[in-house]
Write a protein that binds this ligand. Structure first.
Ligand SMILES: [Ca+2]
Ligand SMILES: [Ca+2]
Ligand SMILES: [Ca+2]
Ligand SMILES: [Ca+2]
Length: 663
């Protein structure tokens, strides 16, 4: 009794000594600490291997809370598959047979693996067997790059560099010695073993105590769901971790797609293989994926955008690349690492950056996006890590304001104001001549899309004849879309006036003795009409005639006096200086009046009743005695004196004729 107790205490002390972690902190019991190269593993390799997440350590994993890749052997007994006699580790595509594994010595039940993300992370393995045999525990985990199955036997076709991880624990031992071998295609044999436990790149333990039924979970029946565990007797469950730094060359992409577990009959590497658990697919690689996609607004833009990356690939790839709309750059062989970046270089002229969206990434890839520098910073630490980012860029727009005048600008400047962020927001345009040839313009290039407005402050003496934009917008509400090139044209004309002519005549037969005179033509001339230009208008029934569209300035209105009338003031100067039009707006027209006077003809006849019987003279003078006409010939016979176009204006309204009959 006492001895038993002492023995137990000694065993416990020995065990405690064995459990004491080495110089490393922050890792669990036998778990790997990363050797200062990568963060410690979070996976529990228990000193006394178990499957549960022991509550003492938070944020750790054990087999009960990871989704492991596992394979369950055929049931123990006559249907179990094992290698044929004479098969050794170096045997290529060894054949199999069925039947009981002798003495349950190496009768395997299950194995599994789980890969812990990191830089590069860890590979964790476990095995389960029927019973604890005498002698050394020997488990060989084989990892194959190819998933092609051998023509004969259960194995996968081996490729140069395939892995064999040996786990061995001496009889009664607590910690496994683990070695790593790589397959040599040239030698058709596994290479020399490399001890990976002594330098803390691997660790393996075994359950030294029984694992009670139901306390842990593994998928023992292989149906894909975790099952309550039957009791596991001591030394029938083992677990191990390997630092992926010793599996992978950090400069090469490697990928293992299949794993299997084998038991060996003795310590000797060339001893006969016994039981195996058939290969199971897995993903064990040191490379992830990166995919960068380009989207532009407007769609299908031909602009190319340049990018710079800082991550490494195998084989190596250029650190710069270019993308156009809808194009994708894919890197399927990104070596594990952190602090990787992809940056969109300086924006091409005429383009803006909308955003960088990496939310489509999968596999839990860790990334941060800096929109201001157009950079994604990320880590690739797992085969499933797939960074998928889309850069969206929008074309900038162009707005041109054109100032056009239909009349001579004479140095007139036109002021403009705007909203929406044009710079400068206020500006002035000064056409040099009429029409498009003399137009002035202001170009706002590479401006953001969105709403704008432009307005002209119409100068005195000018009217805005038109304001239109090439995209159909009104200049007060311009909407610029990506890549738009819009021109808004403001057309001005000078203000114009009118001349209204009032034409009257003296007319004895009319009420009041005078009235309007219709049908009288006037010619309007002026320098603003051009030297060779004139306008002829005719009075209407009301004696009115109007001409509009006249630039401000001096004009001459000249009457074409009708026959039978006289007008000594038939040409008048008129100044147009107010905006007016004929018709409804005639009130402001420049007025000018003309009055015509009708003419009178007088004939004085003296008739000799006897031809040649008498001779007479006639002499007529007007009111002030001025001689109008006379015939003093005094020839025998008739005398007739005609006076035409007599004006009824004083003193000419009186005509005195002296007739002398045959003096
Ligand atoms: Ca464990
Ligand atoms: Ca545990
Ligand atoms: Ca088997
Ligand atoms: Ca078995």
């Amino acid at each position: 009794m006492t001895r038993t107790l002492i023995g137990s205490v000694l065993a416990l002390l020995l065990a405690l000594t064995a459990w004491v972690p080495t110089a490393f902190a922050n890792h669990y019991q036998a778990s790997l600490d990363g050797n200062g190269v990568q963060p410690p593993s979070i996976f529990q390799i228990d000193n006394d291997a178990n499957l549960v997440v022991d509550p003492s350590t938070a944020a750790t994993k054990d087999w009960a809370n990871v989704t492991q890749t596992f394979s369950v052997d055929k049931p123990t007994g006559q249907t179990d598959n094992s290698y044929k006699g004479g098969v050794k580790e170096d045997t290529t595509c060894p054949d199999e047979t069925t039947g009981s594994i002798p003495n349950n010595k190496s009768d395997l039940l299950q194995f599994g693996t789980w890969t812990e993300d990191g830089s590069p992370g860890y590979l964790h393995m476990y095995w389960v067997r029927v019973s604890d045999p005498s002698g050394t525990t020997l488990m060989d985990f084989e990892f194959n790059q190819s998933t092609a199955t051998c023509a004969i036997g259960p194995n996968k076709v081996r490729t140069d560099g395939d892995l064999l991880i040996e786990y061995s624990i001496v009889q009664g031992g607590a910690r496994a010695v683990m070695t790593l071998r790589r397959w040599s295609s040239a030698n058709q044999a596994w290479g020399n073993p490399v001890d990976i436990t002594s330098d803390a790149h691997a660790a393996g333990t075994i359950n030294e105590t029984a694992i009670p039924a139901g306390t842990d979970q593994l998928d023992l029946d292989g149906n894909g769901t975790l099952d309550p565990m039957p009791a596991m007797s001591p030394r029938t469950f083992g677990e191990a971790s390997v630092d992926l730094n010793v599996i992978f060359d950090s400069t090469k992409c490697q990928s293992f797609g299949s794993a299997m577990l084998k038991s060996r009959s003795s310590d000797s590497f060339t001893s006969q293989l016994k039981d195996f658990i058939s290969p199971i697919p897995l993903t064990l690689t040191n490379c992830g994926k990166v995919q960068i996609t380009k989207q532009t607004d407007p769609d299908k833009a031909t602009q190319s955008f340049d990018y710079t990356k800082t991550f490494a690939t195998d084989p190596t790839s250029a650190n710069t690349f270019s993308l156009k709309d809808d194009e994708t750059k894919s890197f399927d062989n990104v070596l594990f690492g952190s602090g990787y970046t992809v940056t969109e270089n300086a924006l091409p002229t005429g383009w803006s950056f909308v955003n960088l969206d990496c939310s489509a990434s999968t596999g839990g890839v860790s990334y941060t996006v800096d929109q201001s520098t157009r950079t994604v910073t990320f880590s690739i630490g797992d085969a499933n890590d797939f960074l998928k980012c889309t850069y969206s860029n929008k074309a900038l727009a162009k707005l041109t304001v054109v100032k056009k005048v239909n009349d001579s600008p004479s140095g007139q400047a036109f002021a403009f104001t705007s909203t929406g962020g044009l710079s400068p927001s206020s500006f002035s345009l000064t056409p040099t001549g009429t029409g498009t040839a003399g137009a002035d313009s202001k170009v706002f290039d590479n401006i953001a899309t969105g709403p704008y407005s432009v307005a002209e402050t119409v100068p005195a003496g000018w009217n805005l004849a038109g304001a239109t934009c090439s995209n159909g917008n009104d200049p007060s509400a311009i909407t610029l879309a990506a890549g738009d090139d819009v021109t808004c044209t403001f057309t001005n004309e000078r203000e114009r006036g009118a001349i209204e002519i009032t034409k009257t005549r003296k007319h004895a037969a009319a009420t009041g003795g005078q009235g309007p005179q219709s049908g009288v033509s006037f010619t309007v001339t002026g320098t603003n009409l051009g030297e060779s230009k004139n306008v002829t208008i005719t009075t209407d029934a009301a004696g009115k005639a109007c001409v509009s569209g006249l630039l401000y300035g001096a004009y001459t209105v000249k009457e074409s006096v009708p026959a039978g009338y006289v007008n000594h003031n038939d040409s008048k100067s008129v100044t147009v200086s107010a905006e007016a039009n004929c018709g409804s707006a005639v009130a402001a027209a420049a007025p000018v009046s003309f009055v015509n006077t009708p003419l009178t003809d007088v004939t004085v006849d003296v008739k000799s009743q006897i031809p040649g019987g008498t001779a007479s003279t006639i002499s007529c003078v007007d009111g002030d005695g001025t001689l109008v006409k006379r015939d003093l010939t005094n020839a025998p016979g008739d005398v007739s004196l005609s006076m035409k176009d007599l004006e009824p204006t004083a003193p000419k309204t009186t005509l005195v004729c002296t007739i002398v009959v045959d003096p």
